[in-house]
Design a protein around this ligand. Structure first.
Ligand SMILES: [Cu+2]
Length: 463
């Protein structure tokens, strides 16, 4: 993280300083800029009321200053470069150097003042999703306020009235600005012990967002409505998403918000969790039951809680299988079972680079060293201790360890499974499967034996 002076910073070339009132800005909290995509350690509050801070996956919490009892933040809406995974960067719009923007953490009852400076090429606004606030602070351009013009700074001020999990995003040219990555998380911590809000050892937050960036390019296509090719957690894709590193026995909360155009069934391996709350606040105890998958609908927040009592490396991912893939063409026919032998040689005479894909499934894609355009994330990738993980997009790992120290978020490396506890290859004799032998119950079919080849329709729109 580095701090930059809003006027003297050498990096500050694009600011429309001429259109900003310098005297007024000098009275603002200095905007803080994040340049990297690492998961920042929790920001322990050094002023204001105490609370247990959250950890933003591949993100950070925005520092504040106290001004006569008011908690002041400064958000800068601006174009950013986001590293979505090592080797793959995107030109996006976000806040304070990153997409998503920094997490804002406050305490129930805090009076909050957020300065929003617009360094985008068009107007914007910020809507505080889920908050109780005066109507004029709701951030809907045209309806509750004029837009924040290019180069202008607006002030939002309200009391964080109820504790819970919230998000923020523009309510001005929303389609463009959210497709470009403008969003952030907001957590209001309870001011005292709350009957429906448990204290936890680890409290992770992240937003689901989706982008459509053609292989070899850097800017999301903003007109895409359903056929996105990058399914992200906090604008990161596997294997660029950090793992959730916890101590065995920790009580863990994951707060998830969905700002994509579709729902995401979030699935955790090895543990059951309960959904303890949504955008409307904590749920009554009678509305909580064990799950291993829960759907996070568009525009919704969900809080998942569980005790991480099983040691190991547990997959945690969206269960839509196309959402654990990176940039891919969808108009690819299924070629499983199609025998290309003979064809390849002929085609390679005309096109020396011709290669066959998908004849035995697509798993080859994970290991294949095929040339892809520069600045493109492989469709399925990632390597674990036993080989290719063959995933992308919305996938990460919950790492539960006995010897992880409380408050230590470092990656402990791969789990060493105790001897005799891993699936293994059977090397004994195999009987012929009975189903392959004709019997009285299943006689051999009459006529010539044929193999059926099924080809899925091409194109992928409308699901
Ligand atoms: Cu999904």
């Amino acid at each position: 993280m580095n701090r930059r002076n809003f006027f003297n910073g050498a990096a500050l070339t694009a600011v429309a300083a001429a259109s900003v009132n310098r005297v007024a800005l000098a009275a603002l909290p200095e905007p803080v800029l994040m340049t990297g995509a690492d998961t920042a350690p929790p920001l322990v509050p050094s002023s204001g009321r105490p609370y247990n801070p959250v950890v933003t996956l591949n993100g950070w919490t925005l520092p504040w200053r106290m001004n006569n009892g008011v908690k002041e933040f400064h958000l800068v809406a601006e174009p950013v470069v986001r590293e979505m995974a090592p080797g793959f960067k995107a030109h996006m719009w976000g806040y304070n150097g990153q997409s998503p923007g920094p997490t804002i953490e406050v305490v129930e009852g805090d009076r909050v003042r957020v300065f929003v400076t617009n360094r985008l090429p068009e107007h914007t606004s910020v809507h505080w999703h889920g908050q109780r606030l005066p109507n004029g602070m709701d951030g809907v351009s045209g309806l509750t306020q004029p837009s924040i013009g290019v180069g202008k700074t607006f002030v939002y001020e309200f009391v964080a009235r109820r504790p819970g999990t919230f998000m923020y995003h523009p309510h001005a040219d929303e389609m463009t600005q959210m497709a470009m990555g403008m969003m952030g998380f907001w957590v209001t911590h309870p001011k005292a012990r709350h009957p429906l809000i448990d204290e936890v050892d680890r409290d992770f937050v992240f937003l689901l967002s989706a982008y459509d960036i053609d292989p070899g390019t850097m800017t999301p296509k903003i007109m895409t409505m359903t056929d996105f090719n990058l399914w992200t957690w906090n604008s990161r894709i596997f294997p660029g998403i950090d793992t959730f590193n916890v101590r065995q026995g920790d009580k863990v909360r994951m707060r998830i918000g969905n700002l994509t155009m579709t729902n995401h069934p979030m699935h955790l391996h090895g543990h059951e969790f309960k959904v303890t709350g949504g955008d409307g606040g904590p749920w009554p105890l009678a509305a909580r039951w064990p799950e291993v998958t829960t759907d996070v609908g568009v525009g919704q927040m969900r809080q998942l809680e569980f005790v991480a009592d099983e040691e190991g490396d547990w997959a945690f991912h969206c269960h839509k299988s196309h959402h654990t893939m990176n940039a891919m063409g969808h108009a690819i026919p299924t070629t499983i079972g199609v025998d290309h032998r003979g064809l390849v040689g002929k085609l390679q005479k005309a096109m020396p680079d011709y290669m066959v894909m998908g004849e035995r499934g697509m798993a080859d894609m994970g290991a294949m060293e095929m040339p892809i355009p520069e600045n493109t994330a492989p469709m399925m990738t990632g390597t674990g201790p036993y080989g290719g993980v063959e995933m992308g997009g919305m996938f990460s790992v919950l790492k539960v360890r006995k010897d992880q120290k409380p408050g230590d978020y470092k990656d402990p490396g791969w789990f060493r499974q105790p001897p005799g506890t891993r699936a293994f290859e059977w090397t004994g004799a195999l009987p012929d499967p009975a189903r392959m032998k004709p019997s009285a119950a299943t006689p051999a079919p009459a006529g010539p034996q044929t193999e059926v080849q099924i080809r899925k329709p091409t194109g992928h729109a409308g699901h």
